[in-house]
Design a protein around this ligand. Structure first.
Ligand code: GDP
Length: 301
């Protein structure tokens, strides 16, 4: 559809540099060591990291041999297959279960696009007919609460917010309010933090435990929002937040910008947390489900 192709264009434009430098590798006439060396450099430049790059090169050589490919163009097509297969396990639909409410906790470093992504996610869920309640668990920064309130206003959903005090307590109240108001989904925003800030990571664990006390089996989702432009840092964040909180999914943002995109290959290889959504812009509608084949095509230019 037109809508689908417009986000694909945004994604492809975002990955343009990566796409053209990978595509460049296949413009010659021969399949030789130089081609594989150039490809290795291009994948590393695209943030795929050493492990995923090595994996992809070996996988590609196997495919080339099997297919008895003789043209660089054919090798490129096989690379698209290899990347797709590597990224496939990251594909997952976010589903809202029977629990009422389904509770989602959203975490990430400052500036990753957490609040924006919550706004987009809220719109997505509200459009699907879910009654959403937002919980502003960043009790410390007024600006963060205000920004979340703006998104709540734009998407026409309720918000539980509190100045000061314990983020766990606010989240607890929000889950209880979500039950009382018969909401389908409660989304808890949390203050941005670095995984190296250990006391703040402990605070997240506490919020998670508290959500479980407010409702059995919750939180149902623990989502990390990562900036797709931060390269190998994004992988480091996925590992650290997953170690601390057992993530259920990722939102990878800013893939419309100057992202290199290869970091998804690194994530797939080293810490395959599902990618529920990718962010391809600053507007409410700029949220898309992750499709491995389309992403691979965009990545390869
Ligand atoms: P937070 O600190 O993690 O809550 O980050 P924000 O949600 O405030 O986002 C930080 C900046 O990134 C804002 O200027 C957003 O508009 C921008 N942003 C968020 N997601 C995307 C995206 O997918 N694409 C682009 N281009 N910008 C984004």
């Amino acid at each position: 559809s037109e809508e689908r192709s417009s986000w694909f264009t945004k994604l492809r434009n975002g990955l343009r540099k990566t796409g053209s430098s990978i595509a460049q590798v296949f413009t010659g006439t021969q399949i030789d060591d130089a081609l594989y060396e150039e490809l290795e450099a291009a994948l590393l430049m695209a943030d795929a990291g050493v492990k995923a790059t090595e994996f992809l090169l070996n996988d590609l050589k196997r495919r080339v041999k099997e297919a008895k490919a003789t043209e660089p163009a054919a090798v490129k097509a096989l690379l698209a297959d290899a990347v797709t297969e590597l990224l496939k396990p990251l594909e997952k639909q976010l589903t809202i279960g029977e629990a009422s409410p389904t509770v989602m906790m959203v975490v990430g470093v400052n500036g990753a696009g957490k609040t924006t992504s919550i706004g987009k996610l809220t719109r997505h869920l509200a459009e699907a007919g879910e009654k959403v309640l937002l919980a502003a668990a960043d009790t410390f920064r007024a600006a963060a609460r205000e920004q979340l309130a703006v998104w709540a206003g734009r998407t026409n959903v309720e918000i539980v917010s509190q100045e000061g005090g314990d983020p766990s307590a606010v989240t607890f109240d929000a889950v209880v309010a979500g039950k009382a108001r018969r909401c389908d989904v409660v989304i808890a925003d949390t203050a941005g933090r670095l995984p190296t800030q250990l006391h703040l990571m402990e605070e997240l664990r506490k919020i998670k435990r508290t959500i479980g006390k407010a409702q059995d089996g919750a939180p149902h989702e623990v989502l990390l929002v990562v900036d797709g432009n931060t390269g190998q840092n994004a992988l480091t964040q996925v590992k650290a937040f997953d170690d601390a909180l057992s993530l259920t999914g990722l939102v990878v943002t800013k893939l419309d910008g100057t992202a290199k995109g290869g970091v998804l290959a690194a994530i797939a290889r080293e810490r395959p947390v599902p990618v529920y959504f990718i962010g391809v812009g600053e507007k409410l509608e700029d949220l898309e489900t992750f499709d491995a084949r389309e992403f691979a095509n965009a990545l390869l230019g």
